[in-house]
Design a protein around this ligand. Structure first.
Ligand code: TLP
Length: 343
């Protein structure tokens, strides 16, 4: 099976498993796991922040960040297909009591003017804007990269209104590798940034939230406990994270090359609509223009031929490249696509 459903499907390598097995551990609720502490220091350093907190998932990292920076009844400005909107089970409403002010875009990248217009005026009738959330790279936008200039302009607007910013940087390192902009340069515009170890970086579990604000770390820790995410000898998982940060960042460029290669192969198929220039990182979104079969039927036929993918609504299919996919797999995937789609 060639699994292009997500970069979350990656499995820890033998070398990663070895460092996990040897990890020094302690009880992290007491702050005594040396490997977790080392991962947190490393993550904070990479993102140019003072503190980092290890959490079990990207969803928890986002939700904790929302929780500690908003009050119930606040509004959060966010792009309408953000992961926080689409794939977190309504957690922002359920756990933080906030209302999401969703702004539609073509590729997930908010225009600064859209943000400015969405900020609520200070008026006794209106609710207040509590937070602005961006996502880089943008998953549903097709792995699109936030231009630094847009982030800078949104930051200026946010600062002028005293509104904090959170970055869902689940795939921030894909943006870093694709652009050469450092993680710290992206992160400095946000009060909190989350990023995942368990996607393209290849660790089995884990995400981090980074911040410069000491009291916020304490609040993050308390809510992590409330959400059931305080772990004990988590150093076994943190060791995989350290290995991922040390070995698997720069290789993300291979995943980006594979995604572009796949896009070029797909482009040759008459029933596929896609613009290969839009493939900026490791996600390829494409549309089927053949109305005789549903996307679900096509995905099922591809699976029978040994290719796993996700239909992401309407006529769209998503393919994600990652460290367990070789260039030969991409070539083979191209052949399977050509066979199934031209039937
Ligand atoms: N994304 C997953 C699915 O949940 C859709 C995937 O296969 O792409 N932020 C972004 C931008 C994400 O893409 C994801 C996971 C998360 C947060 C959540 O991470 P986890 O799954 O660790 O909670």
């Amino acid at each position: 099976m060639i699994d292009l459903r997500s970069d979350t499907v990656t499995k820890p390598s033998d070398a990663m498993r070895e460092v996990m097995a040897r990890a020094e551990v302690g009880d992290d609720v007491y702050g005594e796991d040396p490997t977790v502490n080392r991962l947190q220091e490393m993550a904070a350093g990479l993102l140019g922040k003072a503190y980092a907190l290890f959490v079990p998932s990207g969803t928890m990292a986002n939700q904790l960040s929302i929780r500690v920076q908003t009050r119930p009844g606040d509004e959060v400005i966010i792009e309408s297909r953000a992961h926080i909107v689409r794939y977190e089970q309504g957690a922002a409403a359920a756990l933080s009591g906030v209302q999401l002010h969703m702004i539609p875009t073509d590729r997930g990248i908010l225009d600064p003017t859209q943000v400015e217009v969405a900020i609520r005026p200070t008026d006794p009738h209106t609710l207040s804007t509590g937070l602005i959330c961006l996502e880089n790279t943008h998953n549903s936008g097709g792995g699109s990269i936030y231009p630094l200039a847009s982030i800078e302009r949104i930051r200026e607007i946010a600062l002028a209104h005293g509104i904090p910013m959170h970055l869902d940087g689940a795939r921030l390192f894909n943006a870093v590798v694709a652009t050469g902009v450092s993680a710290a340069e992206y992160a400095r515009h946000f009060e909190t940034v989350s990023f995942c170890l368990s996607k393209g970086l290849g660790a089995p579990v884990g995400s981090l939230v980074v911040t410069n604000d000491r009291p916020m770390v304490d609040k993050l820790r308390r809510f992590r406990r409330m959400y059931g995410g305080a772990m004990r000898q988590a150093g076994i998982l943190a060791a995989a994270g350290i290995y991922a940060l040390e070995h698997n960042i720069s290789r993300l460029k291979e995943d980006h090359e594979h995604a572009r290669r796949l896009a070029r192969l797909l482009q040759k198929i008459p029933t596929v609509s896609l613009d290969p220039d839009r493939v900026e990182t490791n996600i390829v979104m494409f549309d089927l223009v053949d109305s005789s079969r549903s996307v679900q039927e096509i995905v099922a036929s591809l699976k029978k031929e040994g290719l796993l993918l996700n239909a992401v609504g309407g006529t769209t299919i998503r393919a994600v490249t990652h460290l367990d996919v070789t260039v030969q797999d991409i070539e083979k995937a191209g052949q399977i696509f050509a066979r199934v789609l031209s039937r």
